[in-house]
Write a protein that binds this ligand. Sequence first.
Ligand code: FE2
Ligand code: FE2
Length: 277
Amino acid sequence: MHLTILIDNRPASGFESEHGLCLLVETKTHKILVDTGLSGKAFDNAEKLGVNINDVDLLLLSHGHIDHTGGLRRFLEINQKAKIIASHLVSDTKYWSNRGGKFHSLSPDTELIRNNIDRFIFLNDNYLINNEIGVIIPKNAHNPKPQGNRYLFVSNGDKMIPYTASDELALSVVEDGRLVIISPCSHQGLLNIADNCCNAMNCSYIAAFVGGLHLLDDESDDVASIASQINHLYPQMHLYTSHCTGNNACAILQEGLNDKFHIFTTGEGINIGSFIH
Ligand SMILES: [Fe+2]
Ligand SMILES: [Fe+2]
């Protein structure tokens, strides 16, 4: 299984970067694009990398936030065939953030979604693409969710309601009895997402967890405890993160996970399996 990071927050020489995530997941059977970044610049990077977006079989939108759905228009211009999997909530939810003290919209282009409705598969429950690939809605949360969620809201009329991340989906791929989880923003919290994906895919051996963790700097998340829980529950798990994982959180995770911790960068190819012993 091979991943290619098409865009991410952290600058990488020779590539566009932005606050957003887009990555390509190539399994034995599918080419799945996960999210589209903020602006569509991910597809300029794809061209530089020789990645043909026409070959993508499926697009998964991990949740509605614009830093994951903003490149949808360009994706639809390039790729005429892939079905698009998203939570049923994404098509009519208005998303907001008040980080920085002022409300600003994080909503996707709902008109674009409605105009291309025949391309979409909307989920309100887990969805198995085949026996090895599942799209999981993490509904059970026994562990704390990231503190940074407190800046996030959805609106109902003029009422702001705290964002619960009920639109969040994670891609789970089992290859050779080992689970790989792709979770771009992890608003539900890494440990909750890992637990739900293991249960849904009936596999407790996580080879890798890949995605942003929404552990923002200057928040009071107990990151050291997350690292020690990972070591306890999934001792073999490699963590690949960037996007919304702050530098402080990265430093703590690095200390806790040592050589199982990696910060991914735009343009990077990750061969899952090459590090498994
Ligand atoms: Fe998000
Ligand atoms: Fe995000």
